[in-house]
Design a protein around this ligand. Structure first.
Ligand code: XIL
Length: 324
């Protein structure tokens, strides 16, 4: 199988994966695989606020700095993930955001990160997972510490701040659950479109919509409705990109090789739909090898990624190489 990095280049796209600085340091085979396959790396863990600033008076950039150095040494881009996320807040910040100086706390955090990594990060997940439609909120926004502290304008305010700090960066709104054939997913699509429109209306700039793309075999998805959604997003001048793809198999039956074939088919049909309905030029998977995948915390035998436990390409790698 052609390295995904090379396959992507031939298709004028880019491929990347979420990685861990600790694993890059201790697993040479993994490190070589990432080098061979990726144009882009994303910190799976290190760049979340609770990891960088556990206490207000101490920053720990060690993990992110290692990833930034690794990216630079290997001619890769580091994606910034993630600045404003309801699950990313350290406990101290939850309180501080609500105080009078709350905006300064947000600004300091964004400015510190975006400035430090300005040389190697050109695409930032500015806001992550801000919608969670319920019957109580017609705007579909998630009840979170962010919403409680700043009200609904926190999203456009974050994008405005980001644009001021890093005017040339690609600013991304990132979210999940937009591809299913179910009411909850349709509601998410509607809420995300509203969010994108609102940010624009309030003077914020969003360049790209990150589609997390955590898929699962057996979940009915809806290529037609998803494709229409992608076209609407693209028509707003916002480019869909794939930011966290993997394919869970916890409900699928069959042996490993049968599962691998189904996983590969879903990679193909999903990415085909994305490419057919948008100008998506970036595909990032949430990990690269089944040896290290966060999905195994839920299901120990899961095989969601393009490479297997022995770092060999699976059918999914061939599928992604073909389609990129
Ligand atoms: C997950 C990581 O994989 C875990 O290691 C971490 O403990 C929690 O976050 N959507 C996202 C990612 O945007 O940041 C999440 O990553 C997975 C779901």
């Amino acid at each position: 199988v052609m390295p995904l990095r090379a396959a992507a280049k031939a298709g004028r796209r880019r491929y990347g994966a979420a990685v861990s600085s600790e694993l890059l340091g201790k697993d040479a085979g993994y490190r070589d695989l990432i080098r061979r396959e990726c144009d882009i790396i994303v910190p799976e863990w290190e760049m979340k606020w609770y990891n960088i600033q556990k206490n207000p008076d101490r920053y720990d950039f060690s993990g992110c700095d290692k990833l930034a150095a690794f990216a630079s040494e290997n001619g890769m881009e580091l994606r910034g993930h993630t600045l404003v996320w309801h699950l990313g807040l350290p406990d101290w910040a939850k309180t501080r955001l609500k105080e009078a100086q709350g905006r300064d706390v947000l600004h300091t955090w964004m400015n510190t990160l975006m400035t430090r990594y300005a040389g190697v990060v050109r695409s930032w997940d500015v806001v992550n997972e801000a919608v969670e439609p319920t019957d109580d909120r017609p705007d579909g926004l998630r009840e979170s510490d962010w919403l409680a502290a700043f009200g609904t304008r926190y999203i456009s305010d974050s994008f405005k701040m980001a644009a001021e700090i890093a005017p040339k960066a690609e600013l991304v709104y990132n979210d999940y659950g937009t591809e299913h054939n179910a009411r909850w997913s349709r509601d998410r699509r509607v809420a995300i479109l509203r969010l994108l429109e609102r940010v624009k209306g309030e003077g914020g700039r969003i360049d790209a919509l990150g589609l997390q793309s955590h898929l699962r075999l057996g979940d009915p998805w809806d290529p037609k409705a998803f494709g229409e959604f992608l076209r609407e997003v693209q028509d707003m001048g916002i480019k869909p990109i794939v930011t966290e793809m993997d394919v869970r198999a916890d409900r699928a039956s069959g042996d490993a090789s049968a599962i691998d074939a189904k996983v590969a088919d879903l990679y193909t049909s999903y990415l085909e739909t994305v490419f057919a309905n948008s100008r998506c030029d970036t595909v990032v998977t949430w990990g690269l090898t089944d040896r290290y995948t966060f999905q195994r915390r839920r299901y120990a035998d899961d095989r969601p990624l393009p490479f297997d436990d022995d770092l060999n390409p699976k059918k999914a790698a061939a599928a992604v190489a073909r389609i990129l």
